[in-house]
Design a protein around this ligand. Sequence first.
Ligand code: UDX
Length: 442
Amino acid sequence: MARIAVFGAGYVGLVTGACFAELGHIVCVRDVVDEKIEKLNAGQMPIYEPGLEDLLVRNRARIRFTLDAAEAVDGADFLFVCVGTPSTYSGDADLSAVWTVLAELPVDTRVVLVMKSTVPVGTGERVRVALEARGLDDVAYVSNPEFLAEGTAVRDVMHPDRVVVGAFRPEDADRVAALYAPLETTIVRTDVASAEMVKLASNAFLTTRISFINEIANVCELVGADVVDVARGIGLDHRLGPHFLRAGVGWGGSCFGKDVSALKQLAGNSGYHFQLLSAVIEVNDLQKRRVVGKLEKRLGKLRDKRIALLGLAFKPGTDDLRDAPSLVLASRLLAEGAEVRAWDPVADARDLLHGVAFCETVLEAVEGADGAVIVTEWPELSGLASPEVREAMRYPLIVDGRNLLDPAQARAAGFVYEGIGRPSPPSGAPAPAPDRSVELAG
Ligand code: UDX
């Protein structure tokens, strides 16, 4: 049993803390935001993450929350740094929260400082120098990047594909690796710089795959191929694999954008122009806007047209709106003069999107609409091509930004259907008449 301090009560910090408590360790999570700590101490969740609340309740006896840095590290064996590293205006990572953690450590601190936050390559070396300069000789440093995805974070931490441990001294790596021993996973032991690079390169590669399949989708639309079948055909090649080949309205979230630009910037600062990543980012920026063209293809000018945006979170299973394609899309539609109505089962975008009408139900959002856009593939939307929705809409256009629906079924149910990278009838074709037999069957 170890004593573990976790700095930062965001997705990474809370899930890491809860999982280490589950593994039998004594955990103290520290954050600087009063409200967050108050909520956690009152047994409330500051974020929506499936399974996290259960885990925290079950391990209540082994995990506590504080605002006090000294209290958190007092007697700790490990200090996991899980603070945010957002982008600065230049695209570099903002490490100010990391430096604040170091500045707060009492001089007699004896811990292994484990960096989970995503940081530029070279940060470990800089931290080591800073620790020496502060006389914190009993603080060891290990890079241990986190690969959890929101919505599946607890599972990702408890059943990781791999754990990466980069250290300056083998004995420090041994101590961190031992914490993961019960998880029966592959431990990749390496130097600090390589561990830091694994994280940045992993996210860059994932975004490259998505931007690649999105470009294939865009070409599919021009040549009459179906990207869903194409992706399946690609993914069955064992050298390529099936993951991250779902074409759509683009990638978002709190990590991808900032980490890809951090890597591009890191390369640039080091004298290398990372051309591929520039394209990956640009493709994604354009992809978020393509839905507007699809709506215009069927509806003409969007001024005064009523558009329902279905799903606002950057992906299902989370209420996170950071860098969500829905935000770009809603703003573009408003700029075109459209009336935008939005629905999401958990994400609350009221403070972010002004001029959008927020609806409690899907039916309310599509009422009188000229087009409905699936922006996030929430399971609730899989039955969207229903007679009720068909009746409620003024014009039965569905733009399926995540290829969630079966195009043939949607068209048979009387909808004009536009997916991403899927064959569609030319724009002049009238909307097919509603298939009453489907209504009767439903
Ligand atoms: C990501 C990484 O997966 C994770 O390893 C890292 O630690 C943090 O960043 P996350 O942002 O939670 O995790 O979400 P993820 O499931 O990776 O999805 C990111 C975005 O890519 C979403 O907007 C999603 O809709 C999009 N996506 C994903 C696609 O458009 N197509 C795909 O095939 C997969």
